[in-house]
Ligand binder design. Structure first.
Ligand SMILES: [Zn+2]
Ligand SMILES: [Zn+2]
Length: 598
C-alpha cells in the first residue's frame, strides 16, 4: 500500500474512534475529509515538507503534524491514545452498514459489547432486550445488517448495478400515482462500484408504488415498507445479469417516497456524496440558512425541523434552485465528491456521450473479437462515428490469438481495402493493440509499427510488478515515438485485481510532454484510468482517449461508463481525442509521428 493510502487509513481510524468516544463532530469530519483528500492526492506525502502538507486543502497544522509523525515513526500518538480507550473489536462492529456510531457506543457502554462475536452472542441470548430504548425492531435490524454484511461482501460494479436500477425505475414509472422517479446515490454519480441502490420518487397516492416495489421480481426480503421509505434485498439472478457476474448476488435497494415540493432537495440529499452534502450544509449555515432532505430553509433557533413547523422553504423543488440560492452552479452528479468543485465559479464543459465520434480500440475475429471487419465497421457507422480504429492483439497475447507480423501485414491490407470500399462514410484505421512487455519494450519492431495508422500500447501481463518497475515500464512506452495511446494503463480488473501501481504523477506529466493520450477503457470491469487518475491527467493537461475496447457489438454500449469516469475526473471535450473532427484526429495521429522523425 502506498504511504498516502496508509496515512489516509490512519486518519480514517482516528475519525471512527473519535465517533465512538463521542468527540466533537467537527473534528470527526475534519479527519474524514483529510483522509479522503490524501487518498486522492497525486503527490507523495512522504516527500512533502510540513508547509507543503498544510497547503493541501483540508490539511491544517494539527493534521500535518500527525502525518509527519506517521511517516517518521510509523505511528500517531493520538491514534494510539484512542485505541487504548476503545476495544479493537468495536471497529469491526462500526463497519456494519446501518449501525451508527451512537448505537455502537451504547452497545459498548451499556451492554459491554466489545466485538462482533460478543454482539452476535448477546443478540442470540436475548440479553440486549433489557436495554432501554433498544426495541425488538432495532435488534432485528441489527441482526439483519450483520447477516447482510456477511453474505454480500464486495460492492457491485456499475455495469451490473446501473442496468438493474434502470429496469426498476422503468418498471415503477408505469405504476399508478408515480409522478417522478429517478435513481440517486453513487450510481447517479457514476462511481465504478456501488454499495446499494437508492431510488427517489414522488407518488400520490403512495400505496401502489410501495406495493409494486416490495413485490417486484427478484425481491428476496422486504426490510422495510414505511410511509416514506421502503427497503428490499434483491437477488441479481435473472434479467439483468451481465457476463454471468451478478448471479447469486444480492443488493439492497431503497425507495424513498418524498413530497412533490421536496423533490429537488431529496434528490440532492440522496445523490450525495456525503462529503459534498456536508459542504453544502456548511455553506448554507454561513448564509443563515439550513439545508436538509426537505429543502433549504431560513435559519432560526427552533430545534424542531422546519418542515414539521410548516416553514416555507427558500428552495426545494429542484436541485438547481437550491444550488442557485447557495450561490453555486448546478454541479453534474459526477462532480459532487468534495474534490474542489465548490471552489469553481463555472462548470467546465465536461465531455458527454454524444460528443464521442470515434472508437480507437476495437478487435475483430482476427484476434479475440466476435465481429468480422465488415461487421465492426457497420456497427461503428450505426453509432454515428466518423472513425473506427481496428486494433487487434499482438503476438505476445497468444491466449487472445494475437497476430504474427505476417498475419498483421495481411490484416492491414484488408483494412486498407475496407477503408477504400467505404469511401467518405467512415475512416477505417489500421492499427494494433500492441503488448507492452515486462521491461517496457513493445511486442512488434519499430519498422512494423511504423506501417500502422494508430498504435495503442497496453499492458496485459506482469501486472503485479512493483511500483518503481511499473513506472519505468510505462514511461518507456510513453517515450516511444510511434505510440499514440496508452491502453488501460494499469491493467486493473474490478473488483479484485489491483493492476500496476505506477507513480501516476510521473506518468501524466510524461504523457503530456510526449503527446500520448491516456486511455479510459470503458468496459465496466476496467474503468482504467480510474476517476482520480483522470483528474490528475486533466490537471496536467494530458490528452485522453475514451475507448470501448470493442470485442462484441454490445460493447459499444459501455461507452457511458467511460464517459462517467471521465466526467468524474472533470475531462472536457477539447482534451478528449474521440470528440475531435475526423480531420483533427487524423492530423494528430500523423503529426505525432512526424514530430518523432523530425
Ligand atoms: Zn487490452
Ligand atoms: Zn483491447
Amino acid at each position: 500500500m502506498s504511504l498516502n493510502a496508509q496515512v489516509a487509513d490512519a486518519l480514517d481510524q482516528i475519525a471512527a474512534l473519535m465517533e465512538l468516544t463521542g468527540e466533537n463532530r467537527f473534528k470527526v469530519i475534519a479527519h474524514e475529509r483529510a483522509a479522503r483528500v490524501i487518498r486522492d492526492l497525486s503527490e507523495d506525502v512522504g516527500s512533502m515538507s510540513p508547509e507543503e502538507l498544510q497547503s493541501v486543502e483540508g490539511v491544517g497544522e494539527k493534521i500535518a503534524r500527525k502525518i509527519v509523525q506517521f511517516r517518521e515513526e510509523g505511528r500517531i500518538d493520538e491514534l494510539e491514545e484512542l485505541r487504548a480507550k476503545v476495544p479493537a473489536g468495536l471497529i469491526e462492529v462500526l463497519q456494519v452498514p446501518g449501525l451508527g456510531p451512537k448505537t455502537v457506543a451504547r452497545l459498548w457502554k451499556e451492554a459491554g459489547i466489545t466485538s462482533m462475536d460478543e454482539l452476535k452472542r448477546a443478540l442470540d441470548s436475548g440479553e440486549l432486550e433489557s436495554l432501554p430504548r433498544m426495541g425488538a425492531k432495532t435488534l432485528q435490524n441489527i441482526r439483519e445488517a450483520i447477516a447482510f454484511t456477511e453474505t454480500s461482501g464486495e460492492r457491485l460494479p456499475i455495469g451490473i448495478a446501473l442496468p438493474e436500477a434502470e429496469a426498476i425505475v422503468a418498471h415503477l414509472r408505469s405504476v399508478a400515482g408515480v409522478r417522478k422517479i429517478a435513481y440517486a446515490g453513487s450510481l447517479r454519480r457514476g462511481r465504478d462500484t456501488i454499495g446499494d441502490v437508492d431510488i427517489v420518487c414522488v407518488a400520490d397516492p403512495p400505496d401502489p408504488v410501495r406495493e409494486a416495489f416490495t413485490t417486484m421480481a427478484g425481491v428476496r426480503k422486504v426490510l422495510a415498507s414505511g410511509e416514506t421509505k421502503c427497503s428490499v434485498r434483491l437477488a441479481m439472478e435473472g434479467g439483468q445479469v451481465v457476463d454471468g457476474r451478478g448471479a447469486g448476488r444480492e443488493v439492497q435497494v431503497d425507495l424513498r417516497i418524498v413530497p412533490a415540493s421536496s423533490w429537488g432537495a431529496a434528490l440532492l440529499y440522496f445523490t450525495g456524496s456525503r462529503a459534498h452534502n456536508i459542504r453544502l450544509r456548511e455553506r448554507a449555515l454561513k448564509k443563515r440558512m439550513t439545508l436538509n432532505e426537505y429543502g433549504l430553509y431560513p435559519l432560526d433557533d427552533d430545534p424542531t425541523p422546519p418542515q414539521r413547523r410548516g416553514v416555507r422553504p427558500i428552495a426545494s423543488r429542484t436541485e438547481e434552485a437550491i444550488y442557485t440560492k447557495l450561490g453555486l452552479p448546478t454541479y453534474p452528479p459526477e462532480m459532487r465528491e468534495d474534490r474542489g468543485e465548490l471552489d469553481l465559479r463555472e462548470i467546465p464543459p465536461l465531455v458527454e456521450v454524444g460528443d464521442i465520434r470515434a472508437e480507437l480500440h476495437a478487435h475483430t475475429i482476427a484476434s479475440d473479437g466476435r465481429m468480422t471487419l465488415a461487421e465492426l465497421v457497420d456497427a461503428a457507422i450505426e453509432r454515428g462515428f466518423h472513425t473506427i480504429a481496428v486494433t487487434d492483439h499482438s503476438k505476445a497475447s497468444a491466449q487472445a490469438n494475437g497476430l504474427s507480423v505476417e498475419r498483421l501485414r495481411e490484416h492491414v491490407r484488408e483494412i486498407r481495402e475496407e477503408n477504400a470500399r467505404r469511401g467518405r462514410t467512415i475512416e477505417v484505421l489500421a492499427g494494433s493493440e500492441v503488448d507492452i512487455l515486462a521491461d517496457g519494450r513493445l511486442d512488434y519492431e519499430d519498422e512494423v509499427l511504423a506501417e500502422l495508422d494508430i498504435v495503442v500500447a497496453s499492458p496485459h501481463s506482469g501486472l503485479s510488478q512493483d511500483p518503481k518497475k511499473a513506472t519505468k515500464r510505462l514511461l518507456r512506452v510513453i517515450e516511444h515515438p510511434l505510440v499514440h495511446i496508452l491502453g488501460h494503463p494499469t491493467g486493473r480488473l474490478l473488483p479484485n485485481r489491483r493492476g500496476l501501481e505506477p507513480d501516476m504523477h510521473e506518468i501524466v506529466h510524461a504523457a503530456r510532454e510526449h503527446g500520448v493520450a491516456l486511455e479510459i477503457n470503458s468496459h465496466w470491469k476496467r474503468l482504467d484510468l480510474r476517476d482520480t487518475h483522470v483528474r490528475m491527467a486533466v490537471e496536467a493537461g494530458c490528452l485522453i482517449a475514451i475507448d470501448c475496447d470493442v470485442h462484441r457489438p454490445e460493447h459499444f454500449d459501455n461507452l457511458r461508463y467511460g464517459v462517467m469516469t471521465a466526467r468524474r475526473g472533470w475531462l472536457t471535450r477539447d482534451h478528449c481525442v474521440n470528440t475531435w473532427t475526423r480531420q483533427k484526429l487524423l492530423q494528430w495521429l500523423r503529426q505525432k509521428r512526424q514530430g518523432a522523425s523530425g
